[in-house]
Design a protein around this ligand. Structure first.
Ligand SMILES: Nc1ncnc2c1ncn2[C@@H]1O[C@H](COP(=O)(O)OP(=O)(O)OP(=O)(O)O)[C@@H](O)[C@H]1O
Ligand SMILES: [Mg+2]
Length: 138
């Protein structure tokens, strides 16, 4: 897997203690239209368990990045829905999705998308500062 989503660390208070950290329900994503349309995902159902390391594997073009983008609320499905930390994403406004993403998701992109003028530590700390949190020095 070339991208990863970090689940909340053990001990972090979350809204649905005991439930799956993220769920996909009949998730489909079609790119384009008509003859050239590509079905990157067709009817995917899964639950990612809390405190488990989960890997998604498959050949190039099998839809891994597409799935990760949908699970992390970076893209919208063509049909189906995602439940993140007990909240159904389809019911939320852009602003609410942004806040949920900021609170629950850490994303390492396939092409990194880090800020080159910042150090590695500053790249990690930046989203926490924006969320008004004081990062643990550890
Ligand atoms: N923005 C896009 N527009 C059109 N087609 C796309 C787009 N993004 C992905 N696809 C297509 O959707 C399918 C799944 O792509 P995706 O990038 O999710 O695969 P992947 O498993 O992450 O591949 P890789 O291992 O190469 O990273 C592929 O056929 C790809 O060409
Ligand atoms: Mg990919």
């Amino acid at each position: 897997m070339t991208e990863s989503i970090a689940a909340p660390a053990a001990g972090v208070a979350v809204d649905n203690v005991g439930g799956a950290v993220v769920e996909a329900h009949d998730l489909s994503r079609r790119y384009g239209e008509g003859d050239t349309a590509v079905d990157a995902l067709r009817g995917v159902n899964l639950e990612i368990e809390r405190r488990k390391l989960t890997a998604v594997m498959g050949p190039s073009g099998s839809g891994k990045s597409t799935l990760m983008h949908l699970l992390a609320a970076l893209d919208l499905p063509t049909s189906g829905y995602v439940v993140l930390a007990g909240t159904k994403l389809g019911d939320l406004s852009d602003k609410e999705i942004t806040k949920l993403r900021r609170k629950h998701i850490g994303f390492i992109f396939q092409f990194f998308n880090l800020l080159p003028m910042l150090t590695a530590e500053e790249n990690v700390v930046l989203p926490l500062s924006i969320a008004g949190e004081k990062p643990d020095k550890e």
